[in-house]
Ligand binder design. Structure first.
Ligand code: PPS
Length: 204
């Protein structure tokens, strides 16, 4: 990491750190004051999104339904499949809390980032001790993309949406499998809400 001067914030983005066992110890050894930001979304949608991303690169992989189960008849879920494993947020957070206090970790709601990007980014700016510079007036909803986009990209006067790899259409998944996954994640989600003090509203 480069040296951070007075008045600067150095940022680094590696989504896999949240689920990497050694990451908290190593980051803490570098700087115990590091602030951590994690974007989380409904783990079921996250798993389907993860699968959609892999499918776009490897169209021959087995179906989502078959990868979900160790044994479909017994309904035993394959928790070693990374698409499933990553969504057990409470477990990953436990690992981080061995090294960082909760007030140094901000969980951003992936759902709110879409429905209220300025509100969610307001929380990020507060967490980082920044003035709330980014507000509602920076966003518009792009009907074609189906997502909020920036009215002006950095250093440009043109609007900017995220690229084609963000906001892909997900395949239809057997509703019974989705329900089984909802049941699987519910206790982990409840624990995660308790740990973070925020209700993310993923459970029916
Ligand atoms: N404004 C805006 N525009 C487009 N997409 C948005 C936006 N805000 C959040 N999202 C959601 O971001 C999801 C992709 O982010 P990822 O975390 O998968 O990206 S990364 O590949 O890990 O960097 C992507 O997931 P999918 O819908 O499954 O593609 C989006 O739902």
């Amino acid at each position: 990491m480069p040296k951070t001067l007075e008045g600067q914030i150095t940022m680094e983005k590696t989504p896999s750190y949240f689920v990497t066992r050694e990451a908290p110890a190593r980051i803490s050894a570098m700087s115990r004051d590091t602030k951590l930001i994690v974007v989380v979304r409904d783990p079921v949608t996250r798993a389907i999104s993860d699968y959609t991303q892999t499918l776009s690169k490897k169209p021959d992989i087995p179906s989502f339904e078959s990868l979900t189960f160790k044994n479909r008849t017994t309904g035993l879920i394959d928790t070693s499949w990374s698409a499933i494993q990553i969504g057990i947020y409470a477990k990953h957070l436990d690992n981080w809390l061995q090294y960082f206090p909760m007030d140094q970790i901000l969980f951003v709601s992936g759902e709110r980032l879409i429905s209220d990007p300025a509100g969610e980014l307001g929380r990020v700016q507060d967490f980082l001790g920044l003035k709330r510079i980014i507000t509602d007036k920076h966003f518009y909803f792009n009907q074609t993309k189906g997502f909020p986009c920036l009215k002006k990209a950095e250093g440009s006067s043109k609007p900017h949406c995220l690229g084609k790899t963000k906001g892909r259409t997900h395949p239809n998944i057997d509703p019974e499998v989705v329900q089984r996954l909802r049941d699987f994640y519910r206790p982990f989600n409840m624990k995660f809400y308790q740990m973070t003090g925020r209700f993310f509203g993923w459970d029916d």
